[in-house]
Every structure is written in structure tokens, then in C-alpha cells.
Design a protein around this ligand. Sequence first.
Ligand SMILES: NCc1[nH]cc(CCC(=O)O)c1CC(=O)O
Length: 312
Amino acid sequence: MRTIVVGSRQSALALTQTNQVIDHLQNLCTARGLSVNFEVKKIVTKGDQILDVTLSKVGGKGLFVKEIEQALLDRHIDMAVHSMKDMPWELPEGLINGAIPKRVDPRDCIISKGNLKLNELPQGAKVGTSSLRRASQLQQYRPDLNIEPIRGNIDSRIKKLDTEGFDAIVLAAAGLYRMGWEDKISEYLTVEVCLPAVGQGSLGIECRGDDMPMLEILSMLNDPYTELTVKAERAFLRELNGGCQVPIGAYAVLVDGEEGHGIQLTGYVATPDGSEQIKETLTGTDPVALGKELAERCKVKGADRILSQVRG
Ligand SMILES: NCc1[nH]cc(CCC(=O)O)c1CC(=O)O
């Protein structure tokens, strides 16, 4: 019997989603008469060690994945579950994304004192988020809000709602769902109000590209719908080459139109202070071509200028 060693960050969310994927894989394997065993190995990443600094200031791609990827290459682990949001476009040579499981709710949500909705928050309410994407969109919707940075794992951010005097905090619904904390959510923000981050709500499962038995097992977990839509969103992000320093969002769905079915992709780019915002929607069939084309369209509308300003 093969023992599959699964690398995971130590945060409650990382361990929870890793264990959920393991349970799912274990069931799929059992159903097919495959006998495998899973073992979790905890790994500390750079991103975990700099919790108090605003991520957009630290920058750098793959802050939460590098050490895990090294462990894969060194054969200390066989697979790792990442939030798609944290996965860089390019994987190191020798590693591949073996599966993209079915996406859960991609929306952002707020947790507020008194369970108030965004519209019901008092004038000038203090709202916690360190995401430039969330901040610029919320500021657009409610210019009176006082948006303040907040960092940490989701559990510590929820604690800060009380200890640091926030009226509300903004989080991905997906993380709360995975933790079983949906009852804490005061309001789900529509994608029209707050376009989600690229890949939000979806996971990527990384493994070695030559580990055929692993790839075969992981393929059972792949969701083609999620793969297609997330691919389009990621192609958009890659074409804009934006890191955490620029507010960028994208969300794709499959649509059935008169001209047949296609992928409908919406992209968002803004200046860091939210003073200028670009949002475009495009439909296509090839996810990568669509993502690129939408990025081009946003560049023509001013995203180019925003990106070069931010890069100095
Ligand atoms: N930014 C960190 C992060 N990376 C993934 C999730 C959970 C949501 C997901 O899986 O997309 C979160 C927390 C959050 O944004 O609230």
C-alpha cells in the first residue's frame, strides 16, 4: 500500500482544506478498490512568518508555496493542496497542477458587528481588509467607509473584529465555508459589487509531473468546469502581470447564449487608491485566448497606464 505524504501549511484553513481533499480522495480510491494511505506533513512558509506586514507591501509571488514546492521536488512530500489564489502562474520545472477540484462559492462576504449588511453599516464605519481589490471596490460602493488594513489567518482576523474596533471585516466566503463558519457571515457581496480575486474559492493540487500513480489518483478530483473558468481568469492575470500591488479581480462563468456556449469573463483593474477603475466583460470559447483578449481590452481602457504607474 502506498502512503501519500501531503504537505500543508499549518493554518487552520490550510489543514482543514488539505484534510477535506484527503477525505475526498480516500473515498474515490476506496470506491475504485485502490488502497492508499495519506499522511499530512506540516510546512512553514515565508508568508506564514510575516503575518504582521501588509502583504501588498511585501510583494513577491508564491510567498505561501515556495517551501512546499521545494519539499515536493525533494520528494519529502507527494502532493500539496493550495488555494488557487495563492498559486503563481508558473510552476517550477518538474511540478504540475494535478487537479482543480470543484470550486465553492467565489464571492467575498462581510462579517460585521450586529450582523449588519454593507448598506446598514454606520457612516464612516471602520472596515478591515488588506486587499487592495476589496478596498477599492468597497470604497467605490460606499465612499464614506474607513477602510483599514487587517492581516492574519481568518481565525485571527475574526477575533480582531472585536479586539481592534472594526465594524466589519471582508473575507472570502470560501474560507469560512471550508471552516464550517458560514453562520458568521453577515452578507455575501455580489460579484457586481466586489469582483472576486482570480481563482477565489478554488483549489489547486500540486504534485511531481512524473508521478504517474499520483496523477491518476488526482485526475478523479478534477472538475472541468472549474478548470476552464479558472484558466480564463488566470490568463487575464498573467497577461496583466499584476502582483498584489495592483487591485485586480476576475471572474468567469460558463454561459449558454444564442451563439452556443462559451466562457463569460469579467475583469477588474484599478489604481491602488481606487480613484480609477476599469471593468470589462467578454465572452469566448478558448480560456487562455479570452483571458489575454480581455486583458488587452483593459489595457486599452487605461489598465496599461495604471500598471506602469504602480511599477514606477
Ligand atoms: N488571501 C488569503 C486567502 N487565500 C485563500 C483564502 C480562502 C479563499 C479561497 O480559497 O479562495 C484566503 C482568505 C481570504 O481571502 O479571506
